[in-house]
Structure formats: structure tokens, C-alpha cells
Design a protein around this ligand. Structure first.
Ligand SMILES: CC(=O)N[C@@H]1[C@@H](OP(=O)(O)OP(=O)(O)OC[C@H]2O[C@@H](n3ccc(=O)[nH]c3=O)[C@H](O)[C@@H]2O)O[C@H](CO)[C@@H](O)[C@@H]1O
Length: 391
């Protein structure tokens, strides 16, 4: 690759814990290039959680916006967009980069369009079968794809989705999923201990819920099923890290407050959380990232959602979709607890989310865009290379 005469500035915008986790390997890889200056902006969406997660990951934060007030979703987007635009005007980056489907990612894409700055989207092309479900994530990611100049797709189905929507194939890079970089790195270290003492004779169920669609009736039904499950299996303990959203955490805490063998915790640091997942007999969740991690840990997962964008994981049997409005969680969980534990998926090119080198691929192609001034310098033929990229 040609070297840039002037170092290129990449403004990396993140606003929630999963964005920090999923951009860690990209930040590190960009930092390896002497002609690139990565600048990290905490958007203020979940300000404290981002501060804490970046510190754990040993990633510096260059700009901190105030915690957003966020009276409504619309007000949050407006506030985040203005803050990101303000930071970008000061930094004058060559490219703005964000990840996933959060309010921050959408606001960053809008701010880049306001200012005419190229936008690079990590985890591009995930789609469910419904244009705005889950809400607001599906809506955000579809809008972001209309703005982005470079799309880093985690999976082959995401690549196909983008091509199917008429996105220029030259701007789509099949990079793999950056959470796999972090997970692989974590599993190669000395294992951390789970966050809470758990007796050897106990089986663990990790329970996390935070999606908007599950607030209210969904959480109530799921918690009732957890009670019945605990009554049916006296060796079972449930660990439930509470999400940052105030109403959701309050409801979970209320529904599970007097439950025996349920441990409610604050959000758990990544190494300890992975240790907890490994120690689990079953995961019950509505999380996106945990669906990507569980197959590599060999832990069965019940996904409490109406649909999913992780089609590869469900096809593999790594995640089982359960619609709480129609199916009984207690029965499905008991069935899964009785089944043999799945074999962990190895980190190879053949795994749906890649081999754990996505961050390096993203940095390479981003720098190529910045040096050549266009992404058309690297057209990939997906049929010729298993990951569709040359590095
Ligand atoms: C619709 C949808 O699926 N959207 C997703 C959504 O994120 P999510 O649903 O995956 O969010 P969470 O479940 O909060 O985070 C998960 C990560 O956090 C770790 N974890 C969890 C609990 C804990 O106590 N400690 C931890 O360390 C865990 O291992 C995992 O890696 O937004 C992301 C950003 O844009 C998107 O990428 C992503 O598509």
C-alpha cells in the first residue's frame, strides 16, 4: 500500500459497551499504522459504561461528549448528531467510522452526511426479515447503509444483503466479525474466574434481556418462566447482569427480586462475563453479540426475540429462536438443559463470523481507501476467496 504524505485521521465514534468491545480490535489495528491517527469519541449515549469499557480494554478516549439527556429516541438522535458534528468539525477527520445499529451509529452516519465526510460502517449488512424489527436497530442499520461509503460486512449473508440492496460491491468488504477478534484473544489468555462464586454442583443459566421489544410483557413472561424453571431444577442458579436502560433494569430487578437462586448483578466486565458464559449450561438472552460468541464456547442459547439477523448462527444450531408470545420458555429451556452440550466451533475461515482477524482487515482496507481516495482500488471476487478479502 502507498504511504500517505499526511497522516490520515479516522474519527471512531462509539456510545455503548458493545460498540467498544466490537471496535477494540479496529482501534488497535489502526494504531499500528504510522500514517493513521485514530481519534476515539465517546458520544455520550451510555457515557459511563463506555468510559469503563474503554479503560478495561486499555483504549484511550480522546473526546468525551456529555451524557445525553435523551428524553425520546428522536431527541437522542438529534442530540447525538449535533455532538458528533461538533466534534467532527473540530477534528476534521478524513473518515468517520462507527459500528452496528445503535442511536450513536445512526447519528454518526447522519453527522458524516451533514459534513460531507466519508462514513465507514463496521458490522454492515445484518438484516432481519422485517424492515423495522427489531426496533429501532433494523431501521437504523438500513438507513446507515444508504449513507456509508465503505461497508465492512461480518458474514457472507450480510454481504449478500448489501449486494441485494444495490450497494456497489466495490464498497463492500467481507471482513468477519470483530467480536470474534476479542473473544479469540480472550480465550487465548489465562482464563478469568467467573464474577460470582458458584458451587461445583450447580448448573448455571445466564440470563440477559435488554431489547425494547421485550420490555413489559416479554420480560414479565420470561421471568415467570425462569421461576418455573428454578422450581423444576433444584441444582440450577440464574445469573442476570442488569442492562443500563433504567426502566428495563428496574423491571428485571422487580420481577426477579424474591426469586431464590437468582443473582442479579451489575454489568460484568468482559473477561469475567466470558468466564461466566463458559461455566453456563444454558444462555437465555435477546443479545446480538452473545449469539455470535456462544457457538465458539459450546454453550446452547435460547434467543428471546421474534426474529434474528444472525441467520448463520440459527442455521448452525448455535442459537434457537423462541417467540415468547407463542412458545413456552420453561419447556424449551428444560429440553435444552437435558441435551448434550454442543461442540465449540473453532476459529477458522469457515466459521460464520470469521477467524478473529476482522480488525486487521478493516484497518487495511480503510487505509487503502484513504490512500487511493476510493474503494474501487480493491474489487473482491467473493467466489474466489473464502472470506472475500485479500488479507
Ligand atoms: C439487534 C442487535 O442484535 N444489535 C446488537 C447490539 O448489541 P447487543 O445486543 O449485542 O448488546 P449487549 O447484549 O449489551 O452486548 C453484548 C456484548 O457485551 C458482552 N457483555 C454482556 C453482558 C455483560 O454483563 N458483560 C459483557 O461484557 C457480551 O459478551 C457481548 O460481547 O448493538 C451492537 C452495537 O452496535 C450491535 O453490534 C449488535 O448487532
Amino acid at each position: 500500500m502507498n504511504r500517505c504524505a499526511v497522516p490520515r485521521k479516522v474519527l471512531i465514534v462509539l456510545g455503548t459497551r458493545p460498540e467498544c468491545l466490537k471496535l477494540a480490535s479496529v482501534c488497535r489495528a489502526l494504531g499500528q499504522y504510522p500514517d493513521c491517527v485514530p481519534i476515539v469519541l465517546n458520544s455520550g449515549q451510555h457515557r459511563a459504561s463506555v468510559e469503563r469499557t474503554l479503560a478495561q480494554l486499555e483504549i484511550g478516549c480522546d473526546i468525551r461528549a456529555e451524557q445525553m439527556a435523551g428524553a425520546s429516541l428522536y431527541a437522542s438522535i438529534k442530540e447525538l448528531r449535533a455532538g458528533i458534528r461538533h466534534a467532527a468539525e473540530r477534528v476534521a477527520p478524513d473518515v468517520l467510522l462507527a459500528q452496528g445499529d445503535t442511536a450513536t451509529a445512526y447519528a454518526a452516519a447522519l453527522a458524516s452526511r451533514d459534513l460531507g465526510i466519508a462514513f465507514a460502517h463496521v458490522e454492515a449488512g445484518l438484516r432481519t426479515d422485517h424492515p423495522y424489527r427489531p426496533f429501532p436497530e433494523e431501521h437504523f442499520r438500513r438507513r446507515i447503509s444508504r449513507i456509508a461509503r465503505l461497508h465492512f460486512a461480518p458474514t457472507l449473508s450480510a454481504v449478500r444483503n448489501l449486494h441485494g440492496e444495490g450497494i456497489d460491491p466495490a464498497s463492500v468488504v467481507h471482513a468477519g466479525n470483530t467480536i470474534i477478534d476479542l473473544l479469540r484473544n480472550e480465550l487465548e489468555q489465562t482464563p478469568a474466574a467467573p464474577p460470582l462464586p458458584i458451587a461445583a454442583s450447580n448448573r448455571v443459566l445466564t440470563f440477559t434481556l435488554h431489547r425494547r421489544e421485550n420490555r413489559g410483557a416479554g420480560i414479565r413472561q420470561a421471568c415467570n418462566a425462569v421461576r418455573r424453571l428454578l422450581a423444576a431444577h433444584d441444582d440450577l442458579v440464574v445469573v442476570c447482569p442488569l442492562p443500563p436502560h433504567p426502566a428495563t433494569r428496574a423491571q428485571l430487578a422487580r420481577e426477579l427480586a424474591d426469586c431464590p437462586r437468582v443473582q442479579l448483578t451489575e454489568s460484568i466486565d468482559y473477561p469475567q462475563f466470558i468466564a461466566l458464559l463458559r461455566r453456563s449450561a444454558l444462555i437465555v438472552t435477546d443479545s446480538g453479540g452473545i449469539q455470535e460468541e456462544a457457538p465458539h464456547l459450546g454453550v446452547p442459547l435460547l434467543l428471546l426475540r421474534q426474529n434474528t439477523e444472525r441467520v448463520e448462527e440459527t442455521a448452525l444450531g448455535g442459537a434457537t429462536l423462541l417467540d415468547l408470545r407463542r412458545e413456552d420458555l420453561c419447556r424449551a429451556a428444560s429440553r435444552m438443559l437435558a441435551a448434550p452440550r454442543p461442540i465449540p466451533l473453532p476459529f477458522t475461515d469457515a466459521a460464520p463470523n470469521g477467524d478473529g482477524r476482522a480488525g486487521r482487515r478493516i484497518a487495511h482496507h480503510l487505509l487503502q481507501l484513504l490512500t487511493t481516495g476510493s474503494s474501487s482500488g480493491h474489487r473482491y471476487r467473493y467466489d474466489n476467496h473464502p472470506r472475500g478479502v485479500a488479507v
